[in-house]
Ligand binder design. Structure first.
Ligand code: GLY
Length: 360
C-alpha cells in the first residue's frame, strides 16, 4: 500500500519501500546535473546500502558524510558542506538527497536552501521522528551555540519519500524518541485518539505505518494553513518550549544528551503540569497523559530546574517581547498558542513533577 499526500508544492509518499520511487523521480525530473547524498556515518552503514540496491542510478552520486548527532547541526558544518559541494562541481541544477534523521534533514535542507541561493533537495527520512515531523513542512535549520534551530529557512523539498522499511534497523531508543511527536499530535489534535497510542511494552513490534500516515496527514493539514508558523502551526510546538531547553542544556555538556523526542516527552509533561496550573486543564486529564508519558519514558530522569536551563528557556525562538511562550492545553483537545509563562511557573511545574507520582 502506498499513501500519497499533496503537500503545499511537493508530494509526500509513504510506504514500505517508498524510496525505490526515487528511480522514477530521477528519470522524469528535468535537468539534474549531478546528485549528492547527505548522510551521517551511522545511516550510511545502515540505510545507504538499502537505498543503493533499490535505486541503482544513485551509484554515481557523491556521498557527503557528516558525524551523527545534534552537535553536527551548526553553521560551521553548513560551510564545510558548501565547500565540499563547490569542490565537487555542484551547480544550480544539482540535487541534494537528505538521507537520515531530523538532523540530516534540517542541516541538508538548510544547506540546499542557501547554496547558490538554493538548489533542489529531496527528503528521505530514516528515523520515526523525522518521518512523523521534520520531513514535512519545509522547516530547515541549524543550532546556534546549542540554542535550537535559531538559524533557518522555510524551504520546500522537491518530494519526500517516507520509506518505513528503514524503521527495521532503527534502535528502540530512536523509535521511542519518534513516538513523542506522535503523542504530541494525539494530545493537540486527537490524531490518533489518545487511547489508540501504542502501549509502552513492546515498541519494536508496533506496525508504525498507520501512525506515520496519520501524523503526516495531520501535520500537513496544520502546515497548509500556516506555512511560516505565525498562527495555527504554533500548535505543533506543544512540549517544545521546555523540551528544546532541556535538549539544549543536555547537549551543552549534560551527563546524558537527550534525543529530541525524549526532550519533547519531558517537555510535554512539564507543559501539561503548567496547563493544569495556569490554563484550566483538569488535573485528572493532565495526570492521565503524564502517566502515559511516564509509562513510555520512565527510564528518563525527571527534568530538573536549575540556572543552566534559564538561558535556553529565555532564548527559545517562540518567545516574544522577552516573555516565554508555550502551547498550553485549556481543556482536552483545546490547545492555546502563545500562552505566556514565567520562569517561576516553569520551576514550580518541574518541581511538582519530580516531587510527586502524579499531580493530584
Ligand atoms: N516541528 C514543528 C513544526 O514543524 O512546525
Amino acid at each position: 500500500m502506498e499513501f500519497c499526500l499533496q503537500a503545499d508544492g511537493y508530494e509526500v509518499r509513504v510506504a514500505p519501500g517508498a524510496s525505490g520511487a526515487l528511480s522514477r523521480f530521477l528519470e522524469v525530473t528535468p535537468d539534474i546535473s549531478s546528485v549528492f547524498i547527505l548522510t551521517d556515518s551511522v545511516t550510511r552503514s545502515l540505510c545507504l546500502p538499502l537505498l543503493l540496491r533499490s535505486v541503482p542510478a544513485l551509484s554515481n552520486a557523491v556521498v557527503l558524510e557528516v558525524a551523527p548527532g545534534e552537535a553536527t547541526k551548526t553553521l560551521e558544518e553548513v560551510r564545510s558542506l558548501c565547500v565540499e559541494l563547490n569542490a565537487s562541481g555542484a551547480d544550480r541544477q544539482s540535487l541534494l538527497i537528505c538521507l537520515g534523521g531530523g538532523m540530516v534533514g534540517d542541516l541538508g535542507g538548510f544547506t540546499a536552501s542557501v547554496f547558490l541561493r538554493g538548489i533542489r533537495f529531496v527528503q528521505l527520512p530514516t528515523t520515526l521522528l523525522a518521518m512523523v515531523d521534520a520531513s514535512v513542512g519545509g522547516k530547515t535549520g541549524v543550532d546556534l551555540d546549542h540554542h535550537k534551530n535559531l538559524i533557518g529557512t522555510f524551504s520546500r523539498p522537491e518530494v519526500v519519500f517516507i520509506d518505513t522499511d528503514f524503521l527495521k534497523s532503527l534502535p528502540l531508543r530512536q523509535l521511542r524518541s519518534g513516538l513523542a511527536e506522535i503523542i504530541k499530535h494525539s494530545i493537540i489534535g486527537n490524531v490518533p485518539p489518545f487511547e489508540e497510542l501504542p502501549v509502552s511494552g513492546d515498541l519494536a513490534a508496533v506496525d508504525w505505518l498507520p501512525y506515520v500516515i496519520s501524523s503526516v496527514s495531520y501535520k500537513n493539514e496544520i502546515v497548509s494553513m500556516d506555512f511560516t508558523d505565525r498562527h495555527q502551526r504554533k500548535l505543533l510546538n506543544f512540549g517544545h518550549t521546555v523540551g528544546h531547553a532541556l535538549e539544549a542544556r543536555s547537549n551543552a555538556g549534560g551527563a546524558y544528551p537527550l534525543l529530541h523526542g525524549e526532550a519533547v516527552a519531558l517537555g510535554m509533561q512539564v507543559e501539561l503540569a503548567l496547563s493544569a496550573r495556569l490554563a484550566g486543564l483538569p488535573v485528572s486529564v493532565a495526570n492521565r497523559m503524564i502517566n502515559y508519558l511516564r509509562s513510555v519514558y520512565g527510564e528518563l530522569a525527571p527534568p530538573v530546574y536549575d540556572e543552566a536551563l534559564v538561558p535556553f528557556l529565555l532564548s527559545d525562538k517562540k518567545n516574544s517581547g522577552g516573555k516565554i511562550r508555550c502551547v498550553l492545553l485549556g481543556a482536552e483537545g483545546n490547545p492555546i498558542i502563545d500562552a505566556e509563562v514565567g520562569l517561576e511557573d516553569v520551576r514550580i511545574a518541574i518541581d511538582s513533577l519530580a516531587a510527586v507520582s502524579s499531580l493530584i
